[in-house]
Design a protein around this ligand. Sequence first.
Ligand code: SF4
Length: 324
Amino acid sequence: MQSGEKHETHTLPRLGISQCLLGEQVRYDGGHKCDRFLTTTLSPCVEWVPVCPEVEAGLGIPREAMRLVGLSDEPRLVTIKTKKDHTILMQRFSQKKIRELTSLQLDGFIFKKNSPSCGIQRVRLYNQKGIPSSNGVGLFAQAFQYALPTIPIEDEGRLQDAGIRENFIERVFCFFRWNTLVQQGLNRGAIVQFHTHHKYLLLAHSRPHYQELGHLVASAKLYTPKELALAYSTMFMEALKVKATVRKHVNVLQHLLGYLKKQLRRIEKQELQEVIDDYHRQLTPLAVPLTLMSHYVRVFDIAYLADQVYLHPHPKELMLRNHV
Ligand code: SF4
């Protein structure tokens, strides 16, 4: 789903995206880099905000191909044949565009890999002798990360990895829920509830972060709502970047099983333990124990667990936990 002119409604996560990934013919050679997962599977679940820094900065289609040259802490964006330097143009455009994107409250951004404007890491950077290293970051992508460090970002190349994809989309939906809460008006009760609903998800990533966030919420009165929102969202998003390992998932699943023990019959407990063990041995994906767990949570109508984002962090249509 593409964002229209108006941005008032924000009922789906709003993702910035390098425009060529949506199949738009904006590349230097008039081509595109359509990504099927993004345009078919993810598209119905998000609102896109397409950006092509090179076209929007006024470089036209087609245009001469460019690359990064110089030092990694101050790379220059230079055309390959005529050596025209577009660094200042791109820096000015980036500042203006990032102000506009800040007002749109993005929940994430998917960048085109390897691009001297959009690449988030390992972009080719050429030294004076024309020898490349992989130390570059695209100029627009670098300015974006600097200005908006809390917003989840990835590139389409890294999203081919099932674990990275699941983690990125989980972070996007978490940030979307947080931003929605902030828009509705943050108060201590709302933030306590948000923290409670994300308990098991946070534990699957980082117990220390979960505990620190708990301390922060408990001392909410010491902060202004704005300070609290900034401190909580920064630490919350940092926590979700910590890798959720099989061992940590098993630990959370055992906690959930413990919660259900009184309701389950012996045979049901045994079956649930078996599917957790199978997941632990990597014989089944995470979706298997979670599906059975969700079934019992619904059957026994356990509100505390039903509200846990861990059981449904992103739309099931994306089937992200079938591959982790
Ligand atoms: S990589 Fe970025 S600058 Fe290049 S065509 Fe795609 S959106 Fe435009």
